[in-house]
Design a protein. Structure first.
Length: 582
């Protein structure tokens, strides 16, 4: 006997994988040959062809109505209709169920074009942690369901993975750039390119693919220039926010490394680094004396790079180093980056040279002129006023009373939990990272703690109100718990996408409480990422217990609020689990 198993769950998490494997194991024990098509985020989807399905005695189908799976392949076959929950509860009963001739409902047939396309994509977010990989997975699964050949390169915090080859790019019919930061486009010159954010690729995947087919434009030869329209497509928009995020993404590893090295130097004693020639002093020189000094030049340099490509890098870094030297801090670095970038871009456009000496522009003329203009403006115009502003802000933050500290904690907590990795969340995060350069560590502690609350709160809700959630959502809650511990706020997205009017307010209330408590307790964080695991490094954060209390309280409040207001999942057939509180 031979059967096919097709499973999928609305959240795209591990339950569909678990259900398929349980059925497969049961069948193999009984000598039944199996073919499996599992739509989940655990492994790539291997679509079964109509020919493969026709060879099976029956097909076990556990696919929700709102999932975009092509069921027309099953027309006329013997099919057992089931659900993920039923399979997990009693796989043997599902195997023993009688099959009936199947006719695919018209409304679940795929609406998109079945034309085969060779597609390559790149995903990149500012931190290179969550959105980068989640967007890549969403694009791959959606493309495969359309019958496309698709490969996605991820440019995360550990570098490029699944890298595209020259042949793959050359053979591609379409290029999708789902990036929140600037990436080198020169490899895609002459190809049809569509750009979107990682958030859009993750949350509106089908729409992104449709828009990419309809609106992709031909990429010019410039690595950073906007695509030139090859039809009715829209010109890509690129603005200051994207340039800022590009600078932050390149600066972030410098901040993390520098902060943790400083924290490690404190293991030998808070004042041990004052003894010259010791290991503590060496670590402090590497972290505080070098890495932190490079933060602002790197920030400014890559803001300028995002605007003007390579010619902007030199004046940007020069302007950033001047900002740091003049005491203008991260605000001065941001100003220097934009000033250098737009100055370099202006000279690149305005200066016309004979073709024989055109090659001198990017390596000599533009860096020289842009560096001179940026440096003079920073020294004579921007430097001193910005330094005074930074000094007053630093003085206020370090000496503010409890009321102001709590208010600041509430504000950053609300921002971190509103759009879950979106522009407001990134603005708060960038603010905290920037303050580390001026040795102001309390806001960063409140920001990271608040950012951990949404996924942890959703995990708590799925435990204390288990009967209100489907099996798939319960599994998503387990994943959210792990992501929350790692300070990946995006772990709450699957819940917010389904129930935003309840999830987002609950997240914001818990995040505000956590931010307020962290600031009230005077918690200070040396590194801008790492989640709960940073606490294992001595002195990376002070008041460790109080910091943990801040996170637990906020997450519990979020979880309890959402569990109370959450409406039971009417599609789930799962019985109330023992120990469910609500």
């Amino acid at each position: 006997m031979k059967i096919a198993i097709i499973t999928a769950c609305p959240a795209g998490v591990a339950t569909s994988f678990m259900a398929a494997r349980r059925l497969e194991e049961k069948a193999k024990k009984q000598g039944i040959e199996t073919l499996v098509e599992c739509h989940s985020n655990v492994e790539p989807v291997q679509l079964l062809t109509a020919e493969q399905l026709a060879q099976c005695d029956k097909v076990i189908l556990a696919v929700p109505q709102n999932h975009n799976v092509d069921l027309s392949r099953l027309n006329g076959l013997n099919v057992v209709l089931s659900s993920i929950d039923t399979i997990l509860a009693d796989p043997q009963a599902v195997l023993d169920s009688d099959a009936k001739s199947f006719e695919a409902p018209q409304q679940v047939a795929p609406a998109q074009s079945s034309d085969h396309l060779n597609v390559v994509a790149v995903t990149a977010c500012p931190t290179g942690v969550a959105h980068t990989f989640m967007a890549a997975e969403a694009l791959e699964q959606a493309g495969q369901r359309r019958g496309w050949t698709i490969k996605v390169e991820t440019r995360g915090s550990v570098g490029a993975k699944n890298q595209l080859t020259d042949d793959e790019i050359a053979n591609a019919d379409l290029v999708i750039l789902a990036t929140d930061i600037e990436v080198d486009r020169s490899p895609f010159a002459g190809k049809k390119v569509y750009h979107c954010s990682t958030g859009s690729a993750l949350k509106k995947t089908q729409q992104v693919l449709d828009d990419a087919v309809a609106n992709a434009t031909v990429q010019s030869g410039s690595s950073s220039g906007a695509a030139t329209s090859g039809g009715s497509g829209k010109k890509e928009k690129s603005g200051p926010y994207k340039h800022l995020l590009t600078g932050v993404s390149f600066m972030l590893p410098m901040v993390v490394a520098g902060g943790l090295l400083i924290a490690i130097s404190f293991i030998f004693g808070i004042h041990a680094f004052e003894q010259k020639g010791t290991l503590a002093a060496a670590l402090m020189d590497i972290g505080g004396g070098t890495a932190f000094k490079l933060m602002i030049p790197v920030l400014a340099g890559y803001i300028a790079y995002s605007i003007a490509d390579r010619p902007g890098l030199t004046p940007g870094m020069i302007g950033g180093l001047l900002a740091s030297t003049l005491g203008a801090g991260f605000i001065g670095g941001i100003i220097a980056g934009f000033l250098a970038g737009y100055t370099a871009k202006f000279f690149a456009t305005a200066i016309k040279l004979p073709e024989s000496v055109e090659s001198l522009k990017p390596i000599l003329i533009i860096p020289l002129l842009a560096s001179a203009v940026t440096g003079l403006v920073m020294i004579y115009v921007v430097g001193k006023p910005t330094a005074a502003l930074m000094e007053s802000m630093t003085h206020f933050l370090k000496n503010m009373g409890s009321a102001n500290a709590i208010l600041l904690g509430i504000v950053v907590g609300l921002m971190m939990c509103f759009d879950l990795g979106g522009p407001i969340n990134k603005a708060a995060y960038t603010f905290g990272v920037g303050l580390l350069a001026s040795q102001t560590y309390a806001p960063m502690a409140a920001i990271m703690a608040s950012g951990m609350v949404p996924p942890l709160g959703m995990a708590i809700a799925t435990v204390i109100a288990r009967r209100k959630f489907s099996k798939a959502e319960t599994e998503a809650g387990k994943a959210a718990f792990v992501l929350g511990l790692c300070f990946i706020t995006e772990g709450s997205i699957p819940f917010a996408a389904r129930d935003p009017l309840r999830v987002i307010p609950a997240n914001m209330i818990g995040g505000a409480i956590t931010g307020a408590l962290s600031m009230y307790f005077g918690c200070k964080l040396m590194a801008p990422h790492g989640g709960i695991f940073v606490l294992a490094i001595p002195h990376a954060i002070n008041h460790v217990l109080l910091y943990l209390i801040s996170i637990v309280v906020g997450a519990a409040v979020t979880g309890i609020i959402y569990a109370f207001f959450r409406k039971p999942d009417t599609t789930s057939i799962a019985k109330p689990a023992s120990g469910s509180i609500i």
